[in-house]
Design a protein around this ligand. Structure first.
Ligand SMILES: C[S@@+](CC[C@H](N)C(=O)[O-])C[C@H]1O[C@@H](n2cnc3c(N)ncnc32)[C@H](O)[C@@H]1O
Length: 335
């Protein structure tokens, strides 16, 4: 088996900015950012190469193979055959890359949407995929990975990774909230506060220093990739945050951890404020008003997360919380 098995491009060598807008993964820049994220790519490499016994002689499906990096790790780990699939024109470069690196006979690339494609192998021992988005689920292709599992994974096969966990905490963030949210109260002497409400409802993806975290973290949601269903990706989760000091709270903070639990040498990474930088950073949800909290005091509430009805890659996120007496509800939209 060799070459890309299906192709109906505007050739990736002649793409215009409009083509890149429609196919955001076609440009090398986004892959450069992902490949240079050494926590991300290094964790996948360790999970695959340090567990060669799981890959030796096995068939592997790489869902959303991009430039082919995970497919090449799997081939290097001894897989009998790897099929990489991607719907973006970047796969034309992936084909060149696997050929230059001597993997032409071990890796077959398929251009197209996983949901619509015909694969040259119909049952795989292992599915690998890097599917995570901001806040884990924003623009995520997890539903595609679950579909791949149900259609192509052999009974008893492995998912790489196989567990994801989302966490919530609360932070003191007076200065940045002033700059990002309260800025709209007075713009060169004019009242722009109508934008303040819109800005508040848009979660902010940014890095947050650990010293800003005012509560213990709380695990909001666990997704087991071997058993999760598409319906599980719309959820409402209760939370309790316990303050670790007397302080003010200006926002909730969310992040996720990823684990490869099927491996002999367990590999995991975190995108939290306590961990090394990743391109996912953390996600900040500003609260409408400042919460005053004392050490040991609790904030209770629920976080709901539902794919947007008009665009299922966007997320409608509702946070309802009680700190003291008054319950507050805020509807956020990640788009
Ligand atoms: C986050 S990137 C990961 C790329 C590569 N695996 C890596 O680790 O560098 C996800 C890739 O999945 C592809 N993708 C997303 N949804 C897809 C689908 N439904 N079918 C095929 N490919 C898809 C995108 O085009 C993108 O290249």
């Amino acid at each position: 088996m060799d070459g890309i098995t299906s192709s109906n491009d505007p050739s990736s060598d002649s793409m215009t900015s409009r083509d890149y807008y429609a196919d955001s993964y076609a440009h090398f820049g986004i892959h450069e950012e992902m490949l240079k994220d050494s926590v991300r790519t290094g964790s996948y490499r360790a999970a695959i190469l340090d567990n060669g016994h799981l890959f030796k002689g096995k068939t592997v499906l790489d869902v959303g193979c991009g430039t082919g990096i995970l497919s090449m790790f799997a081939a290097k780990a001894g897989a009998a055959h790897v099929v990489g699939i991607d719907m973006s024109n970047i796969i034309d470069q992936a084909q060149r890359i696997i050929e230059i690196n001597g993997f032409k006979d071990t890796i077959t690339l398929v251009k197209g949407k996983l949901e619509e494609a015909e694969l040259p192998i119909i049952q795989f021992d292992i599915i690998i995929s890097e599917w995570m988005g901001y806040f884990l689920l924003y623009e995520s292709m997890l539903d595609t990975v679950l579909l791949a599992r149900d259609k192509y994974l052999k009974p008893g096969g492995c998912m790489f990774p196989d567990n994801a966990r989302m966490y919530l905490a609360a932070i003191e963030d007076q200065d940045y909230k002033e700059e990002k949210i309260n800025f709209w109260d007075n713009v060169y002497g004019f009242d722009y506060s109508c934008i303040k409400d819109i800005a508040l409802r848009e979660p902010l993806v940014d890095t947050v220093e650990l010293k800003a975290v005012v509560t213990d973290p709380y695990m909001l949601k666990h997704i087991n990739l071997l058993t999760a269903k598409k319906e599980d990706l719309a959820f409402t989760a209760p939370f309790t945050l316990t303050a670790t000091r007397n302080d003010y709270i200006h926002a909730f903070l969310a992040w996720f951890d990823i684990t490869f639990d099927c491996t002999h040498k367990k590999i995991q990474f975190s995108t939290g404020p306590h961990a090394q930088y990743t391109h996912w950073k953390q996600t900040v949800f500003y609260t409408p008003s400042t919460i005053t909290i004392s050490e040991g005091e609790k904030i209770t509430g629920t976080l709901s997360c539902v794919p947007n009805a008009r665009n299922n890659r966007d997320l409608d996120i509702g946070v309802e919380y009680t700190a003291g007496e008054k319950p507050t509800k805020v509807d956020y939209r990640m788009s």
